[in-house]
Design a protein around this ligand. Structure first.
Ligand code: ADP
Length: 189
């Protein structure tokens, strides 16, 4: 089974490129952000806890997200592969993912790191705010999410590099070009 991590700052296009990979390869998609928004909508206990963090642009505590992820992963058993979108976001989550996969006789295939300038990220998120109206897409929360990304999430790039799974894709202005480069990489796995 292919276990692909799609990684990048808020607004880097993780959802968009995940959708392209799902369409091309028929993978299952696990977006922790989408799962959490589903929990909020269903007004579950996890959803109520998660909302407080998400509205502030903060990360949900590792233990909660790790348990949730393992359950969702097991529900995708038997698929050709899985795309992890929005997970891991901390070193502890990355270690937990590695352990979870090893326990199941699996391993990380690749991490696709989406590199996009901060200016472009902000432009996209403010645009998305107008179109989708996501509660955490306002300027103040976006700034907080960038800060959290820089402090807690971006150190993972080094972690992935040490694991020998890092592949970087720098956005040069075209979504189609990114999709084709990413597909080529995944085909070569
Ligand atoms: P974005 O990448 O634009 O920030 P997401 O939908 O991936 O959007 O995440 C939205 C919010 O959901 C995050 O700001 C965070 O509060 C929460 N979240 C998502 N994934 C995780 C995770 N792996 N660990 C902790 N919190 C998470």
């Amino acid at each position: 089974m292919d276990n692909i991590v799609i990684f990048g700052a808020p607004g880097s296009g993780k959802g968009t490129y995940s959708a392209a990979l799902v369409e091309h390869f028929g993978y299952a998609h696990i977006s922790t952000g989408d799962v959490l928004r589903g929990e909020i909508k269903a007004d579950t206990e996890l959803g109520r806890i998660a909302k407080g963090y998400m509205d502030q642009g903060q990360l949900i505590p590792d233990e909660l997200i790790i348990d949730m992820l393992a359950n969702v992963y097991d529900s995708k058993k038997g698929s050709k592969g899985v795309i992890f979108d929005g997970f891991p976001r901390t070193i502890a989550q990355a270690e937990a993912l590695k352990e979870m996969l090893t326990k199941r006789g699996e391993k990380m295939s690749v991490t696709l790191n989406l590199v996009v300038s901060e200016e472009e990220l902000m432009r996209r998120l403010l645009l998305r705010a107008e179109i989708e109206g996501r509660a955490d897409d306002n300027e103040e929360t976006i700034k907080k999410r960038f800060e959290v990304y820089h402090n807690q999430t971006s150190p993972l790039i080094e972690w992935f590099r040490n694991e020998g799974v890092l592949a970087e894709f720098t956005y040069g202005g075209s979504k189609e070009e990114m999709i084709s480069n990413i597909i080529k990489k995944v085909e070569s796995l």
